[in-house]
Design a binder for this molecule. Structure first.
Ligand code: SF4
Length: 465
């Protein structure tokens, strides 16, 4: 839901704060290093932190060793994340001894878990700054306090807000991200995200169009609209398909528009229609299924059945030419029987994904699933993960036969130097294609014809447009 009363100009990022910081650090040649863990949301948050630092007079360091400010932007979705973060932060103690003016900050999803953040802050007195996901825009203000010799701990338990106008230092390249919404209301029983990212907040369509226009004017050719559940986007009377139509019509120079992530329960006919009708909207959807067993889907609180999911897949395939579907799957969720697991393998065989991210379930403290009985032994989870990956290793390549002779357009992302140098880039539907060609073609759109494949990658040659 769009709560526009919470759409504020950035409070923490006032020009007064920036000017004060510039006065203090501008001209000193200070450098920053940001280490990012986790998903695209976190990557994009790091681009915003880098943008704020740029405005304050910092430049980017190539290594932690040459940095005057190190930020760890943490994730808590994967197993052992806490242990790894604590280990990495502990390692910085030596750098602090070598460079007394070095500032160390830790932020991101893990720091939004107040008890974990407090533990880290107390255990490592050399950490100068700890802040949660809801404090991102106040970063310059907190940095100013640290420069005044304070240790700062700022973690508020709120549903978050929408803050516009933050500067962004985008990773160089041809593809970039634009947030359309924040937070999640779904509370899948295994997931920590709603607890650390707050409730759903949608950005105003005008702000999104404005940012997309600027990014395209800066030379980016492919934009991914980001949200934990883009299908619940809703603001100023626009739903997600309407937003996609608006972006495509207002910014016609944008050649490729992508989005992620889509929750299957909210995938509407309107979205499928938009995908079939809008030329610039890419023909790929990441549609996390998580399990093929209705019993387990219910226990996960996913609110769809395997049958409903397969119906969506059919609708997508019949309406959107050359569409490809990727997914996320968890094996070994509490209570998962061999029969449940086999239902997942069966669904994978039926769908024919072009790629899948597979995980063995691991409990996240504070979630409902972590407290469930019938946790599955590690060796069983491991065996099921291997079995599932073997099913994917069979089904993914067999999906590629249809590409022999296929002609399409790729956006060249770079050169693969592992063997004979090959250009690589994705088709609109996210299939990666490798072709011979000159390095000067990186960043351009090329028409290619596919001659063969290896696992989930296609190989071909350049053809005339
Ligand atoms: S939809 Fe479910 S898995 Fe995705 S972020 Fe929300 S709670 Fe987590």
């Amino acid at each position: 839901m769009c709560d526009n009363t919470s759409t504020k100009p950035c409070e923490g990022f006032s020009m007064d704060t920036v000017n004060e910081l510039r006065k203090r650090v501008g001209g000193l040649g200070l450098k920053y290093f940001i280490e990012t863990y986790g998903c695209q949301m976190n990557e994009h948050d790091s681009e915003k932190l880098a943008g704020m630092l740029r405005e304050c007079g910092y430049t980017k360091a190539e290594t932690k060793g040459e940095a005057d400010l190190i930020l760890f932007n943490t994730c808590c979705v994967r197993e052992h994340a806490e242990k790894r973060t604590f280990g990495n932060v502990g390692f910085i103690k030596e750098l602090k001894a070598e460079n007394p003016r070095l500032i160390l900050g830790v932020c991101g999803c893990m720091m939004q878990q107040k008890e974990v953040a407090k533990k880290l802050f107390d255990r490592f007195p050399f950490v100068d700054l700890v802040f949660g996901t809801h404090e991102l825009s106040r970063f310059p203000q907190m940095l100013l306090e640290v420069l005044d010799e304070a240790r700062v701990f700022q973690v508020t338990e709120s549903d978050g807000e929408v803050v516009e106008g933050l500067p962004v230092e985008r990773t160089e390249g041809f593809s970039t991200f634009v947030n359309i919404m924040y937070g999640c209301n779904n509370f899948c029983t295994y997931c920590i995200v709603p607890y650390v990212r707050g409730r759903e907040r949608s950005r105003r369509p005008a702000d999104i169009v404005n940012e997309v226009s600027k990014v395209v004017a800066a030379g980016y050719k492919e934009i991914t609209l980001l949200g934990q559940n883009v299908n619940s986007y809703s603001c100023d009377g626009l739903d997600f398909p309407a937003l996609l139509r608006l972006v495509c019509s207002e910014v016609p120079q944008l050649k490729r528009l992508r989005f992620m992530t889509s929750h299957p329960k909210d995938l509407s006919d309107g979205l499928i229609k938009a995908m079939s009708e809008l030329d610039n909207l890419c023909k790929h959807i990441h549609l996390p299924v998580q399990s093929g067993s209705d019993r387990i889907l219910k226990a996960m609180n996913r609110r769809y059945t395997s049958g409903a999911y397969l119906e969506l897949v059919d609708k997508l395939r019949s309406a959107v030419a050359n569409v490809e579907i990727t997914t996320d799957i968890i094996v070994g969720f509490p209570g998962e029987t061999e029969e449940d697991f086999e239902a997942t393998c069966e669904l994978v065989r039926k769908v024919g994904y072009s790629n899948a991210y597979t995980f063995a379930y691991s409990p996240r403290a504070g979630t409902i699933a972590a407290r469930m009985e019938d946790q599955i032994p590690e060796e069983v989870k491991k065996r099921r993960l291997n079995q599932l990956n073997a099913v994917l290793a069979e089904t993914i390549p067999s999906n590629n036969d249809k590409y022999i002779g296929f002609e399409g357009e790729i956006l060249v992302e770079g050169v693969d130097h592992r063997g004979e140098p090959l250009l690589f880039g994705k088709l609109s539907n996210f299939k990666m294609v490798y072709v011979e060609g000159d390095e000067s073609l990186v960043g351009s759109f090329l028409n290619v014809k596919v001659d063969g494949y290896r696992f989930n990658s296609l190989f071909g040659h350049i053809i005339q447009g």
